[in-house]
Design a protein around this ligand. Structure first.
Ligand code: PGA
Length: 243
């Protein structure tokens, strides 16, 4: 049966996670490199991915300014960038010294990582805290990117973007097989029907297409391979297979 609509290609995500890296100067340089390279390459195969960089709080404001300037300068820019925070307070704004709340980040970011396994392990984040963070983000209109280390991790029912990141694959140079990642993505989507699932853990320019080509996987979350603009751009360029 035909729907009568011309089907749009499914949106897919390329999400860089800089983790705890870069001075403001280095972050701005990354962005300059990005714009210099991205506009000079042919991205005809990429079908318009949603490209996001997850950066430390200190980078959000200067990078937002530069991204806004770039949009004016190059309205037709290849692979425009969106910004994400890497963390958020589980509380709304108030007397929580040192915390950045979701409502404070309104207008600054489109997305925010939540529940990365480094935060679960090294900062003792519980599922309760993570659920509260998701709640804060939803009420501020910021989309959570919820990271889950395995298929049994509890997921709030209203989360629409889930990153499957097995702990053993993160930073190890040993990614999951695309088939395994696809199987976990399928299992997650059986319970969370509206969600899109992406894969993270040792993604690089050479293996990105093998993940994106899986039926249940809607993108990738590279960490180490996002730290240099040219490598990150290779991931974007190779996502749908090499030219
Ligand atoms: P990696 O990190 O690509 O360096 O393995 C991924 C992540 O932790 O998000």
């Amino acid at each position: 049966m035909t729907s009568g609509f011309i089907s749009q290609p499914q949106k897919y995500y390329i999400i860089g996670n800089w983790k705890s890296h870069k001075t403001v100067e280095q972050a701005e340089k990354w962005l300059e490199d990005y714009y210099q390279i991205i506009n000079n390459i042919n991205l005809s195969k990429t079908e318009n991915p949603e490209v996001i960089i997850c950066v430390a709080y200190i980078h959000l404001f200067p990078l937002k300014k530069k991204i806004t300037e770039a949009k004016k300068k190059w309205p037709q820019i290849n692979a425009p960038l969106k910004l994400a925070a890497q963390n958020v307070s589980p509380f709304s704004q108030g007397a929580y010294t040192g915390e950045i709340s979701a409502d404070m980040m309104q207008g600054l970011v489109d997305y925010c990582l939540v529940g990365h396994s480094e935060r679960r392990e090294k900062f003792a984040e519980t599922n309760e805290v993570i659920f509260n963070k998701v709640k804060q983000l939803n009420s501020a209109g910021i989309k959570p990117i919820l990271c889950v280390p395995d298929v049994t991790t509890p997921i709030p029912s209203d989360v629409e973007l889930i990153a499957y990141e097995p702990v053993w694959a993160i930073g190890s140079g040993k990614p999951a097989t695309p088939e395994h990642a696809n199987q976990v993505a399928r299992q997650i989507k059986m319970k969370h029907k509206r969600a899109q699932v992406i894969y993270g853990g040792s993604v690089n320019p050479d293996n990105v297409a093998s993940f994106i080509s899986q039926s249940e996987i809607s993108g990738v979350l590279p960490g180490g391979a996002s730290l240099k603009a040219d490598t990150f751009i290779k991931i974007i360029a190779n996502a749908k297979g090499k030219e």
